[in-house]
Ligand binder design. Structure first.
Ligand code: FES
Length: 144
């Protein structure tokens, strides 16, 4: 696939998550809640998660923000549900490296739709948009 076709595909994946967000809303039976905002633009995320026996069993997000931030939140919840906490942190680390344009080690982890955001590394101002939900996830689990 050529780079431009790949870019177009990635754009489609991002817009699909933005327009049809996965896991949108708030968990009524979650056991951790995080509110975080991006101070440079005021966009915000409200994340609720259920973490039991070291595993993320459910997650939902709400909030408002640009297409990158909301698509990234949708992808993040989709990716971490069903994963153990260590894997969720590892995915967050890989995502952070990818989004900064660094070499990243996929190991055995399937990044799925997250890879569609790798083009954000060319736009440093948007990196904070893409990492907002991931930082919220890490904060919530660490403070649990
Ligand atoms: Fe605010 Fe992207 S512009 S999160």
């Amino acid at each position: 696939m050529s780079f431009s076709n790949l870019d177009a595909l990635y754009r489609q994946v991002i817009m699909d998550h933005y327009k049809n967000p996965r896991n949108k809303g708030s968990l009524s039976d979650g056991n951790l809640t995080v509110d975080m905002n991006n101070p440079t633009c005021g966009d915000r995320i409200h994340l609720t998660m259920k973490v039991e026996d070291g595993k993320v069993t459910d997650a939902k997000f709400d909030g408002e923000g640009c297409s990158i931030s909301m698509a990234s939140a949708s992808m993040m919840t989709q990716t971490v549900i069903g994963k153990d906490v260590e894997t969720a942190f590892k995915l967050s680390q890989i995502f952070s490296e990818m989004i900064q344009g660094k070499e990243y080690d996929e190991e055995d982890l399937d990044l799925g739709d997250i890879e569609a955001l790798q083009g954000v590394s060319k736009f440093p101002a948007r990196i904070k948009c893409a990492t907002l939900a991931w930082k919220a996830m890490e904060k919530g689990i660490k403070e649990q």
